[in-house]
Design a protein around this ligand. Structure first.
Ligand SMILES: Nc1ncnc2c1ncn2[C@@H]1O[C@H](COP(=O)(O)OP(=O)(O)O)[C@@H](O)[C@H]1O
Ligand SMILES: [Mg+2]
Length: 256
């Protein structure tokens, strides 16, 4: 790894400490650890918004470090079950926009209750019941990051609904692949941008207002993760027709 990149990644890594201190400070104010006067409603609102943004900052730092690790060939495969790959990103996404929905999603114990909660939020989850506890051998942090980025983009650009498909498919060589697709019903992406949007810092000029302006790094980052894991990502979209991002990832074979 070249020196310049090590320096940048060290800087990003060191951001974790001040972020953790800010988070601990806000938490202690909110839990009133110092036994101060109770907070006013306005103060609670401000602190809640601050905490939400601290979570975003933490997520970004971890994402950048994960892409760096991946580029160095570090793949942390472990045995996990499919619901462990899907639940954390869903909880995180709603944590930022609708805290009570995020709590309800966290409490879901099976696929049917999760499907119900998500459908109330305009998200259709298409996944066989039997796959919920299906054991796979993958790098969970990378899959979480891929799924979170695709779903949060779809949430940002959808008109009303999102369709998510999750499946395990047999490859020609008898191995298995994890298939995830996320489709929204938004404005879609013109053909001329289909390559460009996977480049770092590229964003389509957009007069429409989206609540959080991104950085054009999400798709570029997850493409690195996917390719490093031997997977592929495809985009199907036309102007006005929504966008479907689909990912296939070969599943490792666990030898222990
Ligand atoms: N589901 C989608 N529908 C329409 N445009 C999208 C969608 N996902 C991504 N894009 C376009 O691709 C660009 C890059 O996306 P991304 O790399 O995730 O960056 P960011 O979310 O930080 O803007 C976005 O700015 C947007 O223009
Ligand atoms: Mg994004």
């Amino acid at each position: 790894m070249d020196k310049k990149r090590i320096k940048t990644e060290l800087l990003v890594h060191d951001l974790k400490t001040p972020i953790a201190i800010i988070e601990a400070g806000i938490n202690s104010l909110m839990n009133n650890d110092e036994k101060n006067e109770p907070l006013t409603e306005r103060q609670i609102k401000v602190l809640t918004r601050t905490l939400r943004n601290i979570k975003i900052a933490k997520g970004l730092v971890n994402d950048i470090l994960e892409v760096g690790r991946s580029s160095e060939g570090i793949i942390d495969n472990r045995r996990c079950i499919l619901c462990e790959l899907l639940m954390p990103p869903m909880i995180e996404i709603f944590d930022l926009t609708d805290h009570s929905a995020s709590e309800r999603i966290k409490a879901c114990e099976d696929i049917n209750s999760l499907k119900k909660e998500l459908s109330d939020k305009g998200i259709r989850l298409n996944m066989d019941e039997g796959l919920w506890e299906k054991e796979v051998y993958v790098d969970p942090r990378k899959i979480n990051q891929i799924f979170r980025n695709l779903t949060s983009n779809a949430m940002k650009y959808r008109k009303n609904t999102i369709d998510i498909h999750v499946d395990i498919r047999k490859n020609k060589d008898q191995g298995e692949s994890l298939y995830i697709s996320v489709k929204d019903d938004g404005e879609g992406i013109e053909k001329i941008y289909h390559q460009k949007i996977f480049e770092a810092y590229f964003q389509i000029e957009d007069e429409r207002e989206h609540c959080v302006r991104g950085h054009g790094l999400g798709l570029a980052g997850i493409l690195i993760l996917i390719e490093d894991m031997g997977g592929r990502m495809y985009l199907e979209s036309g102007e006005g027709k929504g966008a479907r991002f689909s990912v296939t990832l070969p599943l490792g074979v666990c030898s222990i």
